[in-house]
Design a binder for this molecule. Structure first.
Ligand code: ACO
Length: 325
């Protein structure tokens, strides 16, 4: 059967790393509060010349190199971002240009923290529909540019970065949904009634400003675990693979307590969870590929492993993808 198969991953981070101690000098907060409530110890913040497109292009180059394929073999680029360089053109088209590609097509997906899951699911559908053969899926963000740096309840949580995955449609030796490599199951959800809990208070049509991120953190937290376990149970149910049988849970990295709560509820051991929130903070659409790349590069993820990617965020949007590498 035909499946979307991962060929490689890669990432890019801004040069400047900002530890919690540096935030202590800017706002009324402490390393102890941030670590205890979130697990975050540091984040990377983009400098003037670093943008969502530049980070996304660098992550794409790393993913192409790790996959051992040429940029010219890519005929589809989908970028998940809530912080595009410009209102238009799409950041994906800018990245396409930076990679020297002028064939095929590129577009952006907006699902905030769930963006990478939505983008990978979208690419999977495009490849299976025969619209393209080999694609780049990128999550890239510069959330530092939409943070209110005087609001300690939000500015300590987020960071900048980008992650990319090269995928292609392959004939896979599999008779049942749980056998063989590639994307095995997808579950996507959204519910716009939660807008006020996490949103940006600007935009071209509403205020003609870029706006700043606003969040009722406790309310987001209250919904997160239930929504995450819902989509994970859905993708596992489609294949007959139990959450506890997964080799690696690669969750959106928003908060250590949300990740631990979800894993516990699903019976997944923390030994099988990839955690990078301490190093990157919440990088929104970039967080899942940033985490996955770390586990691939350090050898934890091996060929044949089953991966469960999941995320939840602004909208609310939430989703999960079950795949085998
Ligand atoms: N430093 C020190 N104190 C702080 C800080 C800070 N940075 N921020 C808030 N506080 C204070 C508050 O003012 C409050 O003080 P008070 O009791 O005197 O009023 C106290 O800490 C407790 O605040 P809470 O908001 O109740 O703290 P909580 O335990 O809920 O933790 C947090 C806050 C970390 C935001 C948590 O609610 C959370 O993680 N929510 C999930 C939000 C999230 O991760 N969103 C990311 C986007 S969505 C996603 O990616 C899933």
């Amino acid at each position: 059967m035909k499946r979307t198969v991962m060929l490689g991953v890669g990432t890019a981070l801004p040069e400047r790393m900002v530890p919690n101690a540096e935030l202590e000098t800017m706002i009324d907060t402490s390393d102890e509060w941030i670590v205890q409530r979130t697990g975050i110890r540091q984040r990377y913040i983009a400098g003037e010349t670093e943008t969502t497109a530049s980070l996304g292009a660098d992550a794409a180059k790393a993913a192409l190199e790790n996959a051992g394929v040429d940029a010219q073999s890519i005929d589809l680029i989908v970028v998940a971002t809530a912080t595009p360089d410009n209102t238009f053109p799409a950041t994906s088209v800018e990245i396409q240009n930076r990679l020297g590609i002028s064939h095929g097509y590129a577009f952006d997906v907006a699902a905030v923290c769930t963006g990478f899951i939505y983008a990978l699911a979208t690419v999977d559908a495009h490849l299976k529909a025969g619209l393209a053969k080999r694609a780049l899926v990128i999550g890239a963000e510069t959330f530092s540019r939409i943070l209110d740096w005087e609001d300690r309840t939000t500015c300590v949580l987020f960071g900048d970065g980008a992650g990319a995955m090269v995928v292609e449609l392959q004939d896979v030796d599999a008779d049942t949904p749980d056998e063989g490599a590639g994307i095995l199951a997808v579950s996507l959800r959204s519910d716009g009634s939660h807008k006020e809990k996490l949103y940006v208070d600007g935009g071209p049509s509403s205020t003609q400003t870029v706006g700043k991120l606003r969040m009722e953190g406790r309310e987001v937290f209250r919904h997160a675990v239930g929504m995450i376990t819902d989509v994970i149970e859905n993708v596992c149910g489609q294949t007959g693979i139990a959450p506890s049988q997964i080799d690696w849970l690669v969750p959106h990295q928003a908060n250590r307590r949300i990740i631990e709560g979800s894993a516990k509820k699903l019976g997944i051991s923390m030994d099988n969870v990839v955690m990078t929130v301490d190093k990157h903070g919440n990088t929104s659409a970039a967080s899942v590929p940033l985490a996955l790349n770390e586990a691939v590069q350090d050898g934890r993820v091996k060929p044949g492993d089953t991966l469960l990617l999941e995320a939840m965020g602004g909208g609310f949007t939430w989703g999960a993808i079950l795949m085998r590498v």
